[in-house]
Design a protein around this ligand. Structure first.
Ligand code: NAP
Ligand code: ZN
Ligand code: ZN
Length: 370
């Protein structure tokens, strides 16, 4: 009885969600995005209320709205490369104050008490709450950054360095940390090492920039010959191989210490593993829809490692941003208005973006609402 009385007295999720916001939502697996009135929770003691100014478009957003991973919850407001300004903070918040420039990436909460969380790897917590498409602790479905504002526990908010523009830095919140973390933990950040970057999209082009910032030799392996010139001249890669060009692939066999695999589609793996030196490592960050086929000999014959990596922890995310500021690593972006988002998704599906779409939420989303 006592417990049912206290349950009745506690505000329901709906009662706490009093803050009105607008989002761009997909309603079904067509993935078509259109404005939706949403609510956000009122400010909790540990919460930071953020006015969203920019949000990058990650390929994971596209996989998600199309239900590629068979876990979509509609209506879905995607977006996990969020930058903006603090509007309000809860009474326990010490790291941020109103007006601060901040970022939010792929998660907005975790259990905060397991071994992974205690070590700073909230990304590996079994209780991770992704920024969108999961039921939050209060029973509501999380909505991402294609929206006017968001309320996030301060642990999952990062300080945005003054020298990085909010729009060019937004993609670092997912693309940046996703490539930085495996480079750090798999020792693929050593000057003079040879790094392969497979797939030159949002993640890939940031991997090239971090590789060069670390003093590595960087080779891009791409399916798009048209990206060669800018990969070499603008992004600073040392070499560029077209995956389907047998001669170029043959010449690069057994030359790479590691490969960051960012490809979003299923492609044959054996020739790519052949690019690694003995003991070389391929780190999968791309998430194609179907299982991969790996011939055992391609791994076993010369002691190769195939590993996976999911985004990164909050401490590493802040470290990555500060390092990006130091080395001037930002994303190459195409800024778009909210009204262009469906066209942007079509172009992203065709790898037709140099190299990240970023939605100008602050100047265009509220207009969508009216
Ligand atoms: P993106 O911008 O679309 O880049 C992916 C790149 O893969 C494309 O630019 C293209 O590069 C290559 N590619 C695409 N289709 C291909 C095909 N059929 N054959 C060969 N190459 C192809 O995507 P992104 O945002 O960088 O994300 C990449 C992948 O990582 C996605 O699957 C995404 O869901 C996943 N992801 C994972 C994490 C994580 O934590 N592990 C975090 C973020 C994203 P070229 O034109 O150079 O071939
Ligand atoms: Zn992402
Ligand atoms: Zn945890």
């Amino acid at each position: 009885r006592t417990s049912s009385a206290s349950v009745r007295m506690a505000p329901t999720a709906a009662e706490q969600h009093t803050r009105k916001a607008v989002g761009l939502a997909a309603r079904d697996a067509s993935g078509h995005l259109s404005p939706l009135a949403i609510t956000r929770r009122s400010t909790g003691d540990d919460d930071v209320v953020i006015k969203i100014l920019y949000c990058g478009i990650c390929h994971s957003d596209l996989h998600s709205i199309k239900n590629d991973w068979k876990n979509a919850k509609y209506p879905m407001v995607p977006g996990h490369e969020i930058t903006g300004e603090v509007n309000e903070v809860g009474k326990n918040v010490t790291k941020f104050k109103t007006g601060d420039r901040v970022g939010v990436g792929c998660m907005v909460n975790s259990c905060q008490s397991c071994e992974s969380c205690n070590k700073g790897f909230e990304n590996l917590c079994l209780g991770i709450i992704p920024t969108y498409n999961l039921v939050d602790l209060d029973g509501t479905i999380t909505y991402g950054g294609y929206s006017s504002m968001v309320v996030v526990h301060e642990r999952f908010v990062v300080r945005f360095p003054d020298t990085i523009p909010l729009e060019k830095g937004a993609p670092l919140l997912c693309a940046g940390i996703t490539v930085y973390s495996p480079m750090k933990y798999h020792g693929l950040n050593i000057p003079g090492m040879h790094l392969g970057v497979l797939g030159l999209g949002g993640l890939g082009h940031v991997a090239v920039k971090f590789g060069k910032a670390f003093g590595m030799k960087v080779t891009v392996i791409s399916s798009s010959p048209g990206k060669k010139q800018e990969a070499l001249e603008r992004l600073g890669a040392d070499a560029f191989i077209v995956g389907k060009n047998d001669e170029e692939m043959k010449a690069a066999m057994s030359t790479m210490d590691g490969i960051i695999n960012t490809v979003s589609a299923n492609i044959p793996m054996a020739p790519l593993l052949g690019l690694l030196k003995p003991n070389g490592k391929m780190i999968m960050v791309g998430l194609p829809e179907k299982p991969m086929e790996i011939p055992p000999f391609a791994l076993v014959a010369t002691n190769k490692t195939l590993a996976g990596s999911l985004i990164g922890g909050m401490r590493d995310t802040q470290e990555m941003l500060d390092l990006a500021a130091k080395h001037n690593v930002t994303a190459d972006i195409e800024v778009i208005g909210a009204e262009y988002v469906n066209t942007a998704m079509e172009r992203l599906a065709k790898a037709d973006v140099r190299y990240r779409f970023v939605i100008d939420i602050g100047n265009t989303l509220d207009k969508e609402d009216s």
